[in-house]
Design a protein around this ligand. Structure first.
Ligand code: SAH
Length: 439
């Protein structure tokens, strides 16, 4: 292999007293800390730069996008070349964490590189059996494409590699159509296996890189304990939770999602798993509306919405939407029902999420316990220096006493609730405008 290096073409000098976050090894350098950026004449966004203190001391090295709010994604705090050997060491340490998953006979899809979580900010690599689906979220990772691609081919020998171009998390580069970087990627959905269950995944049209790999362990948890029960899967996508539940013996599965194509694949996945059609009801509807209007009751409920808060500015309306979703769900639960509820909004912290769930329970008079806190599997590590990487959080709840539906609640509390419903209308419209991909 020919050796490739990303030359240092920028030098970013920090304002006096603004070195702290770099010294604490946070991987993002914000423009507010920057005094000046010097660039070689041939420098382009995505090139590597050195971060130096106000008096010129070397602090760190990263990829640079001079006009971005995050001016640099830091890769190393040592004066070392950003070359093939550097990327090889990072990719190998990422593969090492997934060794068990990569050799499993029951699961052949997992995340291989999780951006900042694996010390490769801006690069996400998912394995779907013999294919890789990649997201490049920064100009730096686009610039480094030949290096990481060569290493992935060498180590994982995929039949094909697709780079998804539509990710809304890309701040530095415009959306592009997906492109095949290597080999062949079938245009029809490919077959993967997760915990022994087959699924079809659309690598071109699917959301995220095609499948919500981060929910693998939580799907298994749901599937392990739902024999003979009625399950409601809100925001069900291509049927992940539904199929685990039915495989685990659930009597009846109602899945709600607003996307027709997602449900089409859900139906195919259901069949692929040899499950009887009579046990599945697919409802193509707004899930917020469904819980509000349905009067069906369930023993297990899954609440896995897309990120309702994409920014700090939308946090308030998102929190109202989360609260609304929960308070109505608590009214659709039978006594002893268990609820698996998730938020994948980076701006909603675990504490805040718990408060919203508490507030919703309080408003409809539901009594609840929580059994576990939930998060993604081991292939989605969060770096200790980058707490913002913790986006998926969840609670496994048990309903001791269901909520009383607001309309059947006499007098007190009703005004409070109708206020929330007005607010919720706004949140619902926001939800409709949301970009498709979430994590
Ligand atoms: N639980 C799924 C992933 C859910 S992703 C899994 O394990 O695979 C979020 C899903 O919510 C997407 O399928 C999207 O189509 C759907 N969605 C987004 N807004 C919605 C709304 N208002 N009502 C119903 N579904 C919605």
């Amino acid at each position: 292999m020919t050796s490739q290096t990303l030359d240092v073409r920028f030098r970013i000098r920090l304002r006096p007293g603004r070195e702290r976050s770099v010294e604490l090894r946070h991987p993002w350098l914000f423009s507010g800390a920057v005094e000046e950026i010097e660039a070689l004449p041939d420098a382009v966004p995505g090139d590597v730069g050195d971060i130096v203190s106000s008096d010129g001391r070397f602090l760190a090295r990263g990829t640079v996008h001079p006009s971005s709010q995050i001016v640099s994604r830091l890769l190393t705090w040592r004066d070392e070349p950003i070359d093939e050997a550097f990327f090889a060491a990072r990719i190998d340490q990422a593969i090492e964490l997934r060794k068990g998953l990569l050799t499993s006979h029951r699961t052949n899809a997992c995340r291989i590189v999780n951006s900042e979580g694996d010390e490769l900010p801006g690069l996400v690599v998912d394995r779907y059996h013999q294919h890789l689906s990649v997201q490049t979220l920064t100009a730096g990772m686009v610039r480094a494409r030949d290096i990481w691609l060569g290493l992935l081919l060498e180590r994982l020998s995929p039949l094909g590699v697709i780079e998804r171009g539509d990710n809304s998390a890309r701040e530095e580069i415009d959306a592009e159509p997906g492109q095949v970087l290597h080999g062949l990627v079938p245009s029809e959905p490919i077959l993967i296996q997760e915990n022994g269950l087959p699924f079809r995944v659309d690598l071109f049209g699917g959301q995220k890189t095609g499948f919500y790999l981060d929910q693998r362990d939580n799907r298994a948890l749901v599937g392990s304990d739902c024999a003979h029960l009625d399950l409601l899967n809100l925001f069900g996508f291509t049927g992940g939770f539904s199929i685990y539940a039915a495989d685990g013996g659930a009597e009846r599965v109602v899945q709600v999602d607003s996307s027709g194509p997602a449900h089409e694949l859900a139906r195919q996945n259901w069949e692929l798993n040899g499950l009887p059609e009579s046990r599945l009801t697919l409802v193509e509807q707004d899930a917020f509306r469904f819980v509000r209007e349905s009067d069906d009751l369930f023993d297990r409920l899954i609440l896995d919405p897309p990120p309702l808060a994409r920014s700090r500015q939308s946090l308030d309306s998102a929190l109202r939407a989360y609260k609304d979703l929960h308070l109505w769900s608590f009214c659709r639960a039978r006594p002893n029902a268990e609820i698996f509820t998730f938020s994948c909004s980076q701006h909603v912290t675990p504490d805040l999420f718990q408060k919203v769930v508490f507030g919703a329970a309080h408003d409809v008079g539901a009594r609840l316990q929580w059994i576990h806190r939930l998060g993604p599997g081991r292939d989605h590590p969060v770096h200790l220096n980058h707490p913002q990487g913790e986006y998926l959080k969840g609670l496994h709840l048990r309903v001791l006493e269901p909520g009383t539906p607001p309309s059947r609640k006499g007098g007190t509390g009703h005004d409070e609730l109708s206020g929330q419903l007005d607010d919720f209308g706004t949140a619902e419209r926001d939800a409709g405008k949301r970009p498709r991909s979430r994590r």
